[in-house]
Design a binder for this molecule. Sequence first.
Ligand code: AP5
Ligand code: MG
Length: 214
Amino acid sequence: MRLVLLGAPGAGKGTQAKKLIDKYGIPQISTGDILRKAVADGTPLGKEAKSYMDKGELVPDSVVIGLVKERIAQDDCKKGYILDGFPRNTAQAETLDKVLNDLGMPLTAALSVDVPKDDLMKRLTGRRTCKGCQQMYNIYFSPSKKEGVCDKCSGELFQRDDDKEETIKRRLDVYEASTAPLIDYYNKKGILKSVQGVGSIDDIFKKVCAVLEA
Ligand code: AP5
Ligand code: MG
């Protein structure tokens, strides 16, 4: 399965991707996670990316496309992968199609997780992530048992730098302008599937698996 996850910031792409990894045994490629790691490590890439991420803007295509090309060439991607947060605009989608067509391994599906805009702000301001194992929590919807501490590995929970209200607003605008048009792009290619991303995480996952296996 070579899958693209589409959806607004906070739609639950990362949350569902983690469950897909366990079920299908294929890796998640999150450009956001890769960029955040580069920022944390203070690499030249991270320094360049940080200024865009802090404003809620997209990092330049050339940077992100290079990262993804490198990542999908690795051995663990031979059986398939889940692209989370990439592509983010038409230029990235067209480049991805070209690269995959040249390899003779086109995308199998693009799955859109649809969540009403009103739900997204609370999901994002409430999100907390484990520094150790990356498990995600939400102080409103799915808190850890002990505040600030991961249930799974006892790691410290942190809040993402771009989960501030002003930055979230900008990310949602960028999503509408640049990324939402990809729903139509993949629909025209005949590989679009969609699920409503509202309800419990497990119920949504059941719907995700059902549409992917249909
Ligand atoms: P990225 O990391 O991709 O962020 P995003 O698209 O804004 O998406 P999020 O990770 O915020 O949301 P999600 O859908 O994964 O939701 P999650 O599962 O965490 O990108 C960050 C930045 O990096 C960009 O702004 C850009 O600068 C740069 N970047 C990345 N990729 C790029 C690219 N290709 N090109 C250019 N720049 C790029 O869930 C959110 C919260 O909701 C969690 O707390 C979760 O527990 C909770 N939740 C999930 N499901 C439910 C549910 N059913 N009910 C209640 N709560 C739920
Ligand atoms: Mg995410």
